[in-house]
Design a protein around this ligand. Structure first.
Ligand SMILES: [Zn+2]
Length: 321
């Protein structure tokens, strides 16, 4: 009996040892998972870095008071030709989440991502799940196969972007997931309202032609609301329009009795001014919201406000009723 009892004791000891080991392993895995899936230790808020204004505004709307969102572009700086500084790269490396528009808008972002600590940083490509439309080729800077990167100028795309950002927030900070999701639902409603305002306002207009004295930024918006969009430059504002491009636009305006020329934000309206003078038309701002001026950022102007102002100017410029 003693021998059997001893064997039984050894057997029990073995089970206890195995169970203890399993507890230690699972506890370790649980802690590790939680460590990675919450804002980095010592920080109360989720640290989020965004590249351009719409993503900054969306991230702030979803994050509320639980996220610290920063915009990489300095106020008023043109976004297509932006080059990040070493301090920008360091900031991204310290963040929980980095959100960019995609390889066509920020070609420089790919290099930064290669050099980041992927263990802790969640990199969000906002164009995920969005069907891109091909770019318009005005010059050799836009090789064939380039897509139009201005995806935020279709409010149904923005609904997808909101979902993508919210999923990343909830993954990195699961204890606040319900908070982020509730805020996202509210924002989705505002986007739906904005979309129906555009549908209604732009339904009956004397003209459907948007002549733009800037780069080709509003392709998505024009497609969504069945407008014709004529821009002086291609999808990137780097290249000057050719004389022939300008002659074509002037002819179009004269032939189709167009009354207004639209100009873009944050860059010289020289091209629009030339066209307006040549055709005796008036000028109106159509703000693609890549970035905002220092004053507008300081006044906490939102993406929705910019788009409402655009709708008012489109209503005037296209003579809608
Ligand atoms: Zn652009």
């Amino acid at each position: 009996m003693a021998i059997v009892g001893n064997a039984k004791f050894k057997y029990m000891k073995k089970i206890i040892l195995v169970v203890s080991l399993l507890i230690i392993v699972f506890a370790g895995l649980y802690l590790a998972a939680n460590y990675q899936r919450s804002p980095r230790t010592g920080r109360e808020k989720l640290a989020v870095v965004t590249t351009i204004f719409p993503l900054y505004d969306f991230a702030k709307a979803i994050g509320g008071d639980r996220a610290e969102v920063s915009l990489l572009l300095p106020p008023g700086v043109e976004s297509h030709s932006f080059e990040p500084k070493p301090s920008d790269v360091a900031e991204i490396n310290m963040a929980d989440i980095f959100i960019y528009t995609g390889s066509f808008m920020e070609p420089w972002a790919e290099d930064i991502i290669q050099g980041t600590d992927k263990q802790n940083l969640e990199v969000v490509d906002a164009s995920n799940g969005i069907t891109l439309i091909p770019g318009v080729f005005h010059d050799e800077d836009e090789p064939a196969g380039s897509n139009d990167p201005h995806i935020w100028l279709d409010f149904t795309n923005d609904q997808q972007i909101i979902q993508t950002i919210t999923a990343a927030f909830s993954a990195q900070d699961p204890k606040n997931a319900t908070y982020y999701e509730a805020r996202a639902v509210t924002y989705q409603e505002s986007l739906k309202t904005l979309d129906s305002q555009y549908q209604t306002t732009l339904a009956n207009c004397a003209s459907r032609e948007v002549v733009y004295g800037g780069h080709y930024a509003f392709g998505y918006l024009a497609r969504r609301y069945n407008l014709e969009y004529l821009a002086a430059q291609g999808v990137s504002p780097d290249a000057e329009p050719t004389a022939q491009d300008l002659i074509n636009l002037v002819d179009q305006i004269k032939n189709n009795n167009i009354k207004y020329v639209f100009y873009e934000e944050l860059s010289s309206p020289k091209v629009a001014e030339t066209i307006a003078q040549e055709t005796d038309t008036k000028m109106l701002l159509l703000n693609a919201a890549h970035n905002l001026s220092r004053e507008d950022l300081a006044a906490s102007k939102t993406f929705l406000q910019v788009m409402e102002e655009n709708l008012n100017n489109l209503k005037t410029g296209l003579r809608c009723n």
